[in-house]
Design a protein around this ligand. Structure first.
Ligand SMILES: [Zn+2]
Length: 352
């Protein structure tokens, strides 16, 4: 009888950099191959090391080890760099699987992200749909949607030779998908082994905003108080947070201004979650930054014209009823630009 074994190659005592190998006889699969955020002592990884990963500098892992065959597949739990970051170093012949919604998200991200964050292996990826089992050699894999800040995040149930390994990937219980845990309890009964993500098990995180809904409430209060334009720094791929912002601006009668990256990302994810904005005649407006417009034109031609009715020009913006979603990188340049144009900015901060 072939033996089954599970090895955590990285991530047992660090946050991120996760990589788990499951071997059955001569066959194996790998769950995640993330870029490490810290070394084994907990110190941050030097940016130079991270940008030139190798086995010698300790960033890449010896995944094949003593095995005669390379892994049959690499399964990605979700689209965060500390879970997918090193997949780009694999040979082009490697099989990579990820959820259909992660694939859509990364397709849009690849158009707009800086080179270091792009997922260059996307063309060689196969997609899976949550809840639909698929076969990789002797392994039966079923993915379950998880509540996490990366849209499309999945846990993975691996069944082989009558045994079950359940890998949660990153998850939480306080987002907008917290009810998915009931579904998982129904379908994953008694795995033989469970690998549980535990970043916050030590309880050392702030409880200032215990749920995503409480973040939305805090946004409503902050927006109600302020009478100038507001600027919110949030990751565009944290769709739960974008929905909080969309709801909060709607509730306070503000206009939410996003960029083309955010708009095309939301449109791409609507097929998985039709309730996502934008909605007809809503309060969503869009700026067309030159660099983003050039990308959209080369990829989709004149497609952006159908959003003309939502377009606002940052340089000519009048009034104060606007709330901007900006990436952390765009915040300073945008504020500088607006100040130069003579906008009177009254800034306050809401942390979430
Ligand atoms: Zn994550």
């Amino acid at each position: 009888m072939p033996q089954t074994s599970v090895t955590i190659l990285r991530g047992a005592d660090t946050i991120g950099g996760s990589c788990v190998k499951i071997i059955h006889g001569e066959d194996s699969i790998v769950l995640d191959y993330g870029a490490p955020l810290m070394d084994s002592t907990g110190a941050s990884i030097d940016a130079d090391l991270a940008s030139s990963p190798s086995m010698e500098n300790g960033i890449l892992l010896d995944i094949q080890q003593q095995d005669t065959r390379p892994p049959l597949a690499y399964l990605l739990s979700h689209a965060h760099p500390d879970h997918y970051g090193l997949l780009r170093s694999l040979p082009k012949s490697s099989n990579i699987y990820l959820s259909d919604s992660s694939y859509s998200m990364m397709t849009i991200g690849n158009l707009f992200y800086p080179e270091a964050l792009r997922f260059s292996s996307l063309e060689q990826c196969r997609q899976f749909s949550p809840g639909k089992p698929f076969q990789v050699g002797p392994f039966t894999v079923t993915a379950f949607l998880m509540d996490h800040s990366a849209f499309g995040a999945c846990s993975l149930l691996i069944e082989v030779d009558g045994k079950q390994v359940y890998y949660t990937g990153d998850f939480r219980g306080h987002g907008r998908k917290s009810q998915v845990s009931d579904y998982i309890y129904e379908n994953v009964k008694q795995p033989d082994l469970m690998l549980l993500e535990g970043t916050t098990l030590d309880g050392g995180h702030s409880q200032q905003f215990p749920t995503e809904v409480s973040v939305e409430e805090a946004m409503v209060s902050a927006l109600d108080e302020g009478d100038g334009p507001a600027f919110v720094s949030a990751s565009g791929s944290n769709i739960d947070r974008i929905v909080s912002l969309y709801n909060a601006t709607k509730r306070t009668g503000k206009k939410l201004v996003i960029d083309l990256y955010q708009l095309y990302l939301l449109e791409a994810l609507k097929k998985y979650s039709p309730s996502l904005p934008p909605h007809k005649n809503d309060h969503l407006k869009v700026i067309f930054p030159q660099s983003q417009l050039a990308i959209i034109k080369s990829e989709f031609g004149d497609d952006f014209l159908r959003y003309s009715n939502r377009h606002v020009n940052l340089s000519k913006l009048k009034g104060t009823n606007y709330v901007f979603r900006l990436s952390p990188y765009a915040m300073t340049p945008t504020l500088t630009h607006l100040k130069k144009k003579g906008q009177n900015l009254n800034l306050s901060t809401l942390c979430g």
